[in-house]
Design a protein around this ligand. Structure first.
Ligand code: ZN
Length: 283
């Protein structure tokens, strides 16, 4: 299933994206399934099973009549893993880390497909990072890597937008937490449809030019290990998002550097999930 948060006549709801449009889940389930994605995910596997059952009960709303929003507007935690692709660590002249480098994106809210990334006037070095993101589905506290994928609801795409000047001056969290720096979506693909999250082609195109092209098989720390590691620090809760790191080709390490400018569009494609595209505007 491809879960979405969408808006119609200024009203937000949850749905499932199908070839014919979006099936509204609260309506198809006669009110059993919440119209809020965080609450839906808190219902765990049972709620996802209900969504699957409800699918046929209502006709899809055409995409032209709705707006797809970020699947989770305010994740309880939005965590990033730094230097998690061998090729990206190498381009920055860094050796492969021994342990995951973890940071929090403390953005006020994520933004969805088509919503603008605002360039903050104080930064001259705003960069893109195309990433596969994991959405937690079940409370995970000190879990083992072997069981870790049981705690995953599904996968989405994140653009881990980064102000490199602030990242260098003040650390990952400020550099990556400016408002609008977390495009997310467009869908959460449930885990059953992604049997191997470590075999997905990933590509970032900025204003028509391919900047990053890799595969999630390049991940240094794989998703089960990352979940094990994080879940021993703090509990991971339904709706928490872990963005798994970016491959080589970011703007900061290009010759010459290529930072985002007003008028750009950033398009991230992840195999099996879809396309997340956002315009860039002056802040
Ligand atoms: Zn990143």
């Amino acid at each position: 299933m491809q879960l979405v948060t969408y808006e119609r006549n200024n009203q937000r709801s949850t749905g499932v994206l199908t070839d014919a449009g979006v099936v509204d889940l609260p309506s198809a389930s006669h009110g059993t399934i919440p119209g809020d994605m965080l609450r839906l995910l808190q219902g765990g596997a049972a709620m996802l099973a209900q969504a699957r059952e409800a699918l046929g009960a209502d006709s899809p709303i055409p995409l032209a009549d709705i707006q797809i929003k970020a699947p989770i507007a305010k994740p309880g935690k939005l965590l990033g893993i730094g230097l998690n692709y061998a090729d990206h660590a190498a381009e920055g002249g860094r050796k492969k880390p021994d342990y995951p480098l973890i940071f929090a994106k403390t953005v006020p809210a994520t933004i969805g497909m088509g919503e603008a990334i605002h360039l903050p006037p104080v930064s001259q070095m705003v960069d893109f990072e195309g990433e596969l993101a994991v959405v937690i589905g079940t409370l995970a506290r000190a879990v083992s890597a072997r069981d870790a994928l049981d705690y995953v609801a599904g996968y989405t795409i994140c653009n881990d937008v980064s102000a490199r000047d602030y990242q260098r001056r003040s650390g990952h969290t400020p550099g990556k937490s400016f408002e609008t720096f977390a495009p997310l979506g467009p869908v959460i693909v449930t885990q059953d449809e992604i049997p191997d999250p470590h075999a997905l082609d990933i590509r970032t195109v900025v204003s028509g030019q391919e900047m990053q092209h890799s595969n999630t098989k390049q991940l240094i720390f794989r998703i089960p290990y990352v979940i094990e590691y994080l879940s021993h620090i703090f509990p991971l809760e339904p709706g928490d998002v872990i963005t798994t790191g970016t491959p080589s080709g970011v703007g900061a390490y290009r010759e010459p550097p290529r930072f985002l400018k007003a008028g750009d569009t950033v398009r991230i494609e992840v195999e099996g999930i879809g396309v997340l595209e956002n315009p860039v505007v002056a802040g």
